[in-house]
Design a protein around this ligand. Structure first.
Ligand code: VAH
Length: 315
């Protein structure tokens, strides 16, 4: 039986992953942790503990107390915030990761942490970016993600820790609003379309980025963690994606449901520079071949579900 400790449980991924994992493995077998308590169902519907991932002793003590066999490490600062506070990002993103990996090593836990398309940079091939290619990111977030990928592979080869990860594209969801990312425009636009029937994008038209609807992201984490270890040629981290679009395409899809929706632009130079340094599209073949990755939501299907769920949430 899996017994899982999740860090960053109240974030965009964690707030839905904890609920899904509890429905699969049993509520008492998924210990949610975060640096704060927001009183949400993640806190009330199963074990919850306050944890600052830079506190190595607390992390080890919680993992030992609950006798976990799996660590899902999600706590991190995202790209735009990390670029504003690079040293805080280094300390939190790398310090937290080392603490989580050390806990996994000492307690012989399976380990998952996400990388990102942010692990690529301007010198990476931009279209259908290969699984194995140049990784010279120009953001602190990207430096953290490349270093994290290498560190996770090191813990596998050096210490035998069963580390696994995916390079997430921009994730779109209606449950927890994301914070501090570059791709977040693709979430905020749906909220604004319903509330105000207009949106001012801080990412410029023509800027393609890979994206994925949260249900596909959650399935990818669980499918990878359940995959046959002997079939994995790669580990940290697999390219995965569901779609690639630019703001005009997203706006056009929303207009099919809200004809009066209007899009305008006020480009944020900082986040635009980050977005331009990332691929236009990435190649998920390795994930498809090694552990059967697949996605179910394209832009049209995701838009129908996002608008439907947000109309309920915002009513
Ligand atoms: C960000 N949503 O924008 C995250 C993600 C690929 C983007 O890493 O920073």
């Amino acid at each position: 039986m899996k017994k899982i400790l999740v860090t960053g449980s109240l974030g965009q991924i964690g707030s839905e992953l904890v609920t899904k994992m509890r429905s699969i493995y049993g509520s008492d077998n998924v210990i949610a942790t975060d640096i704060r308590d927001n009183g949400s169902n993640v806190v009330t519907e199963g074990p919850f503990e306050i944890l600052d991932v830079t506190d190595a002793t607390k992390m080890y003590d919680l993992a030992k107390k609950y006798e976990v066999d799996t660590i899902v490490h999600l706590a991190a600062l995202l790209s735009a915030t990390a670029e504003k506070k690079p040293l805080l990002a280094w300390n939190l993103n790398m310090g937290g990761l080392v603490n989580a990996l050390e806990t996994a090593r000492e307690l012989k836990c399976q380990f998952f942490t996400p990388s990102s398309i942010g692990a690529f940079g301007p010198s990476t091939p931009k279209d259908q970016t290969p699984q194995d290619t140049i990784q010279r990111p120009t953001t602190m977030y990207g430096v953290n993600k490349v270093a994290g990928e290498l560190l996770c592979d090191y813990y596998f080869t050096k210490f035998g820790v069963d580390t696994r990860g995916v390079r997430f594209p921009g994730l779109i969801s209606y449950v927890a609003e994301p914070g501090g990312g570059t791709t977040d425009y693709a979430v905020e636009i749906y909220y604004e379309a319903i509330k105000n029937k207009r949106f001012t994008s801080y990412i410029d038209k023509g800027t393609y980025m890979d994206m994925m609807y949260m249900p596909d992201a959650l399935n990818a984490i669980i499918d990878l963690m359940e995959a046959d270890s002997t079939k994995l040629k790669h580990r940290n981290a697999f390219n995965i994606t569901a779609m690639s679009f630019e703001p005009e395409q997203l706006a056009a899809e929303i207009k099919k449901h809200i004809p009066e929706f209007e899009m305008s632009y006020d480009v944020d130079p900082a986040r635009q520079a980050i977005a331009k340094s990332w691929p236009n599209s990435i190649d998920p073949t390795a994930a498809q071949e090694e552990w059967g990755f697949k996605s179910e939501y394209d832009l049209a299907k995701m838009t129908v579900d996002m608008l439907e769920k947000l109309k309920i949430k915002l009513s």
